[in-house]
Design a protein around this ligand. Structure first.
Ligand SMILES: Nc1ncnc2c1ncn2[C@@H]1O[C@H](COP(=O)(O)OP(=O)(O)OP(=O)(O)O)[C@@H](O)[C@H]1O
Ligand SMILES: [Mg+2]
Length: 245
């Protein structure tokens, strides 16, 4: 399949260039369209991946795949998605943090459950972006601007296939079990109390050191597993927790 994309990279590019988001038929035939601006092409090993924020709809993205038509030349299959925010290769992690994550911190501080989930193909930048975001969370949580006293605890684990490991305890195997209330528990994972932003950063770095990586075609240091960082924010006044994953 990879060979098919490589062989047809130029064809793909010309079909994408001619893509018209307003065309009724979603399969591009090669006609040029009027609304093509702000194109961002990310090329990896000459296989283009294309996201095009539309001129008039900044929150709609078109994803294009080249379809190996069994009778004839390859055609473009395009899918559009409407999202709350769209970032391109020029967006910094700080911008992503400000738009998507910053509000989750006071929300969890006040008892909510906040989750940030990074999903995407190998080499797309999940580890890079989330590692920096974890440090920005540490700064926001610990800079003293949030109201009230809290105790903060961290657990960081790794899921690899059917196994789970404690990344803060030398990758000791742990169990993920559902309790009688239907809540998933990380049995055997250590929880560490943190007192300042340096404590949090130190734990994030310790966990990173225990994540295994292996090269893939698109990422020399691919994670090959799923890491989960849980920050439990305990409010002694109400004896309740907020959680930030
Ligand atoms: N925004 C960015 N700016 C500069 N370099 C980046 C950025 N995002 C990712 N990279 C670089 O791209 C490479 C792949 O990123 P990363 O390891 O974060 O991908 P990943 O999504 O975690 O992949 P995998 O699923 O294989 O673990 C790394 O060398 C990383 O430093
Ligand atoms: Mg990774």
């Amino acid at each position: 399949m990879e060979r098919f994309y490589l062989k047809n990279a130029a064809k793909y590019q010309s079909l994408v260039d001619a893509f018209d988001p307003n065309a009724k038929i979603r399969v591009s035939t090669g006609e040029a369209g009027p609304n093509m601006v702000n194109k961002t092409f990310v090329k990896r090993r000459s296989i283009p991946v294309c996201h095009i924020p539309r001129a008039l709809q900044r929150n709609v993205v078109d994803i294009h795949d080249l379809y190996n038509h069994p009778r004839g030349s390859p055609i473009l299959k395009s899918f559009d998605y409407e999202v709350d925010y769209l970032f391109d290769s020029g967006s910094t992690t700080e911008v992503i943090y400000d738009n998507l994550v910053a509000d989750l911190v006071p929300f969890s501080w006040n008892g909510g459950i906040g989750t940030l989930f990074a999903y995407g193909q190998t080499g797309s930048g999940k580890t890079f972006t989330v590692s920096r975001i974890e440090k920005l969370v540490a700064e926001t949580l610990m800079d003293g601007n949030l109201e009230g006293e809290r105790e903060i605890y961290m657990t960081i684990i790794d899921l690899a296939g059917n196994s789970a490991f404690d990344l803060l305890n030398e990758r000791t195997p742990i169990s993920l079990l559902e309790d009688s209330f239907g809540v998933t528990q990380m049995v055997g994972a250590d929880e560490y109390q943190v007192y300042d932003r340096e404590d949090m950063k130190e734990l994030v770095e310790r966990a990173t050191a225990f994540r295994r990586t292996a090269p893939t075609l698109k990422n020399d240091a691919s994670s090959r597993s799923h890491a989960i960082c849980r920050i439990r924010i305990y409010d002694p006044a109400t004896n309740s927790d907020g959680l930030l994953y």
